[in-house]
Design a protein around this ligand. Structure first.
Ligand code: FAD
Ligand code: 2HG
Ligand code: ZN
Length: 478
């Protein structure tokens, strides 16, 4: 058999990044599926090549070469995204630009409270680098062992500390970006104030790789708290959970660094699939809440505050039972239970995910009404409700009725259920994506729910920055 003709673009990419960093299907021994399949294993694409640049100049050269061949580029970090935004389509004509070799911590500026890292730095490594320097980098999410800061910025990830520290956007002070033309924007400012025109940094953040490729970022650091306490409370209703949130804000102020809600069925799944995790209190209550109090004074102070808060909440009937972690190991165990819901759902079978946000005050009515509508639409449907109640962000996930096939359920009902849930979200003044983004998964739905003027402005921005639609086409906007 004659070998295939050399592909001129691939030849150039090999020259730029080195042959070992351009992976293709030409080599039958190379398995590209880790880059081609999405985390939920629901969608698989086929890449022309997976390209792994080692520095910003290489990224710029790769983009220039791809632009010359009009070859689309899909930026990818840890590939933990949940909306099919970081994998290639099925054409075999797209390049996956894997950023994971660019993972260095470039600098820490203790007085400025900033850290500058390359985009492929795994979130957990960034947290550790901050900790080793005596600081806190507060972004925290279940995928932190493999997601990258570039992906976090690309999706403007949320996670469990947003109630105090904000989304990834609020944690970022500067970016280095390669444009669709292969130019480098040197925007790694550590400035907290800069009013010199349009905010390009915030335009890039959350653009899901469609406007530019983030190669490095300057992120905010915070002092480490003197104590961090975690409590797990059984609450009798979503209304009670919202009341508890109000009380926690009032009593703990900026000490309130986490406020997560978890429905009984979601916790039941964790108990079923990971019984060794020993989920507390879930059997006798419809909802549990996980609260975190970070205190700058002392553990004693934090514990006293927490106990007083829970006592008042119990008097008010907002909490029926509670445990406060005795030590860090117990606290980590409670957080681990919370972070295991996604994996327990995977074990249970395919499901329909929603990462919606609603004003906190309206969540109880939203949940009651939407639960009832869904039960009418698909009798026996099981709701995996959990999420970041402190941010008004629910993972309002829908699992197939007991005993039915998850794959078949998703095929038959996904569109109907999405429409039902998104219509409700719109009625309640919410957003159809609070944290995971649009990707390919919601690209058809976005025009139905986004303000048309906003959508038109988004299209103009895309057209101006990426007129040939080289960067992650088919994601966010079509
Ligand atoms: P990828 O999946 O590789 O990419 C995501 C998007 O960003 C794609 O559109 C991609 O093109 C783009 N992108 C990646 N790198 C760059 C770059 N350098 N420049 C420009 N664009 C880029 N998300 C939350 O918000 N909150 C959570 O609590 C949360 N928990 C999760 C828990 C689990 C178990 C899992 C699997 C996912 C969770 N996620 C959560 C979703 C996911 O982890 C985040 O979206 C994360 O930010 C993605 O990072 P990544 O490096 O894996 O990005
Ligand atoms: C979380 O908050 C993530 O754990 C994932 O955003 C949510 O699995 C999900 O639906
Ligand atoms: Zn989440």
């Amino acid at each position: 058999m004659t070998p295939p003709l050399p592909h001129p673009l691939l030849e150039q990419l090999r020259q730029i990044c080195g042959p070992a960093n351009v992976l293709t299907h030409e080599d039958p021994a190379t398995d590209l599926s880790p880059w081609e399949q999405d985390w939920r294993k629901r969608v698989s694409g086929r890449a022309l090549a997976v390209v792994r640049p080692g520095d910003t100049a290489q990224v710029a050269a790769v983009v220039k070469a791809c632009a010359a061949f009009q070859t689309p580029i899909v930026p990818q970090g840890g590939n933990t995204g949940l909306v099919v935004g970081g994998i290639p389509d099925k054409s075999g004509q797209q390049i996956v630009l894997s950023m994971t070799r660019m993972n260095a911590v470039r600098a820490i500026d203790p007085a400025n409270l900033t850290i500058t890292v390359e985009a492929g730095c795994v979130l957990q490594n960034l947290q550790t680098a901050a900790e080793n320097a005596g600081f806190l980098f507060p972004l925290s999410l279940g995928a932190e062992g493999s997601c990258t800061i570039g992906g976090n910025l690309g999706t403007n990830a949320g996670g469990t500390q947003v109630v105090r520290y904000g989304n990834t956007r609020e944690l970022c002070l500067g970016l280095e970006v390669v444009t669709a033309q292969g130019e480098i924007w040197h925007g790694l400012s550590g400035l907290r104030k800069d009013n010199t025109g349009y905010d390009l940094r915030n335009l890039m953040i959350g653009s899901e790789g469609t406007l530019g490729i983030i190669t490095a970022a300057t992120m905010k650091l915070y002092p480490q708290p003197a104590a961090q306490l975690t409590a797990w409370a059984a609450v009798p209703s979503m209304e009670a959970a919202v009341e508890l949130l109000g009380l926690a804000h009032q009593r703990l102020g900026p000490g309130l660094t986490g406020f997560e809600v978890m429905g009984q069925f979601a916790l039941g799944l964790v108990d079923k699939h990971y019984p060794h995790l020993r989920v507390p209190l879930w059997q006798s209550t419809p909802w549990c809440v996980l609260l975190e109090n970070s205190d700058s004074e002392s553990e004693q102070h934090a514990r006293a505050q927490f106990e007083a808060l829970l006592e008042t909440a119990m008097e008010q009937g907002w909490v029926s039972d509670a445990v406060v972690a005795e030590n860090l190991t117990q606290a980590k165990g409670l957080w681990h239970i919370r972070e295991s819901i996604t994996l327990a759902q995977v074990q249970e079978g395919q499901n329909i995910k929603h990462d919606i946000s609603i004003p906190v005050s309206r969540i109880p009515t939203f949940v009651a009404e939407t639960d009832a509508l869904l039960a009418l639409e698909v009798p026996g449907v099981r709701l995996v409700d959990f999420g970041h109640l402190g941010d008004g962000n629910l993972h309002y996930n829908v699992q197939a009725p007991e005993g039915s096939d998850g794959k078949e359920f998703v095929r038959a009902f996904e569109d109907k259920i999405n429409t039902l849930v998104f219509d409700q979200v719109q009625r309640f003044g919410g957003s159809i994506s609070a944290e995971h983004g649009v990707g390919e998964q919601k690209v058809n739905k976005l025009p139905l729910y986004k303000d048309p003027t906003a959508l038109a402005m988004m299209r103009s921005v895309k057209q101006a920055l990426d007129p040939h639609n080289i960067l992650n086409p088919g994601r966010v906007l079509i």
